[in-house]
Design a protein around this ligand. Structure first.
Ligand SMILES: C[S@@+](CC[C@H](N)C(=O)[O-])C[C@H]1O[C@@H](n2cnc3c(N)ncnc32)[C@H](O)[C@@H]1O
Length: 479
């Protein structure tokens, strides 16, 4: 089993233990929640992995050290992959948690490029020379793009390296090969592919670093039944990367007293994600989390409709999203028709640019604004009702009160100022959707928010099958 990104440095070794991991985690979380919110019981939904294709071959970004070792018998040099475990490199032959595309490129790169036969050894001599590590990244839908990034401990001879890298692109059918050494960044695409104008620091025409493309499909299933002049409507959401895996059909049924109609709408969401910055490395967890968010948003919209005693749904709800990354959730939520406006905040400028690009790609500019800013700094200003300023010092002409706060922070959890802002705005800020990959930080933040907010729904996902990492999704409502 492989140790990657797990929170407590341990791994579990069988699929059966996935269920056990969830049972234990749910028990721990329930008892902590009970103490935080005075015994108010919250059912914890859990989604352990159901099938082998979820526990293996799921990871779409993997990094390896490259070691050169002398064979003990024939003394030949062989290149091998290694991962770090307990501060030491451990040589690996295969990496079963990497998705199938990465596993196939890993094999071909090692056998046909690094350990190539003597006759064509020179074809990739500069690719191998001084190579210390590599990263393989694919789209969430792994049959789309694949990018190989090679790291060197000495400067690269740029022009000659690019020629070999182009051949490598064609051989392994990669979108791009990148070479990095001592601050220099060189990119090559195969000449048979459409050339993307790239500068030597790896940026493309949009100013975004080398990107991986994806389409995620949101499916809205509306079921309306009419019984004795009473109309009842339920909307359910599903999220998938593979629209062809299931059939979605509209249907009408009628009996003497009841008619029901099912209407299905498929909404494609387009992404371009910079390979060098954060993007979710497990597409199963990413799509399940998005589906959970859509269901909660639908529920919030129904609540708001009931409060305003409206007959027809209306989208007057506003959402503040902190730690938005490349907009993985932002551009999807903007297309549901459930939100009037979204303000998204992200610190990493590469991701802010990517988010801006994804907003335009999906045509949701009228709904979403993204700002480059530290979440804590933004919250301090918003909490004190001062007009926030962005990182370049310019004033942000943005409204600072929202109905929903969506947060997906790094493992360390929320900046204290984010909790303070939520506590100060509890009259307008009715709902918090919190996506957490750091268990201890989540408990700390729930405790901080507990004077004004209580947990009303909670769900756990297998973040990295094979490890003890869990993603916890929490819906809090103002008391
Ligand atoms: C767990 S990722 C979630 C990203 C996004 N929701 C997604 O699914 O792609 C956390 C994000 O928070 C950003 N981040 C980290 N510290 C931040 C801060 N102080 N203020 C704003 N964003 C921050 C990171 O750059 C990263 O994109």
């Amino acid at each position: 089993m492989h140790n990657c990104d797990d929170s407590d440095g341990n791994t579990y070794s069988t699929i059966r233990q996935s269920q056990e991991k969830f049972n234990q985690a749910a028990e721990r979380l329930s008892s902590r929640l009970a103490s935080i919110q005075q015994e108010k019981v919250v059912a914890i939904q859990s989604f352990p992995c159901q099938a082998n294709d979820e526990t293996e071959a799921y990871r779409c970004k993997c990094s390896f050290q490259i070691l050169q070792q002398r064979h003990p018998v024939n003394e030949e040099h062989r290149y091998q992959y290694a991962i770090r475990e307990e501060q030491r490199p451990v040589i690996i032959d295969t990496f079963p948690i990497a998705n199938r595309r990465i596993q196939s490129v890993m094999r071909q790169f090692r056998d046909d490029v690094l350990n190539t036969s003597a006759s064509n050894q020179d074809a990739f001599s500069l690719i191998r020379h001084n190579l210390t590590s590599c990263t393989l990244s694919t789209s969430w839908e792994h049959n789309m793009d694949c990018i190989l990034t090679l790291n060197y401990n000495q400067p690269i001879e740029v022009n000659e390296w690019k020629l070999q890298a182009r051949q490598l692109c064609s051989l392994l059918q990669l979108k791009e090969v990148n070479g990095r050494s001592k601050g220099l960044w060189v990119s090559a695409t195969s000449s048979s592919q459409q050339q993307q104008p790239l500068s030597d620091d790896g940026k493309n025409v949009h100013g975004i670093y080398n990107t991986l493309r994806d389409t995620v499909y949101m499916i809205r299933i509306r079921r309306q039944s009419i019984h004795c002049n009473d109309t009842h409507e339920i909307t359910r959401w599903e999220v998938t990367l593979n629209i062809h895996s299931k059939e979605y059909n509209d249907a009408n049924t009628a009996t003497n007293s009841r008619t029901s109609t099912t209407r299905t709408t498929v909404i494609p969401v387009l992404y371009e994600k910079p390979e060098t910055a954060f993007f979710h490395p497990n597409p199963n967890a990413m799509t399940k989390a998005l589906q959970w968010m859509l269901q909660r948003l639908q529920h919030i919209q129904q609540l708001s409709q009931q409060q305003q005693q409206q007959q027809a749904p209306s989208n007057t709800i506003s959402l503040l999203e902190l730690y938005c990354g490349c907009g993985a959730h932002t551009v999807a939520l903007a297309q549901t028709g459930l939100l009037q406006r979204i303000l998204a905040i992200e610190l990493d400028v590469r991701l802010v640019q990517a988010c801006q690009h994804n907003i335009a790609l999906n045509g949701v500019q009228d709904i979403v604004t993204v700002l480059s800013c530290d979440a804590g700094q933004f919250s301090k200003k918003a909490g004190s009702k001062k007009q926030p300023t962005s990182d370049d010092g310019s004033s942000m002409d943005v409204i600072t009160s929202f109905d929903i706060l969506l947060v997906d922070p790094p493992k360390q959890g929320l900046d204290m100022a984010v909790c303070d802002m939520a506590l100060q705005q509890e009259k307008t800020l009715q709902h918090i959707l919190y996506i957490s990959c750091g268990h201890q930080a989540l408990l700390r933040d729930l405790q901080r928010l507990s004077p004004r907010y209580e947990v009303v729904a909670c769900c756990q996902l297998d973040l990295f099958p094979g490890t003890y990492s869990i993603e916890t999704l929490v819906h809090l409502e103002s008391k």
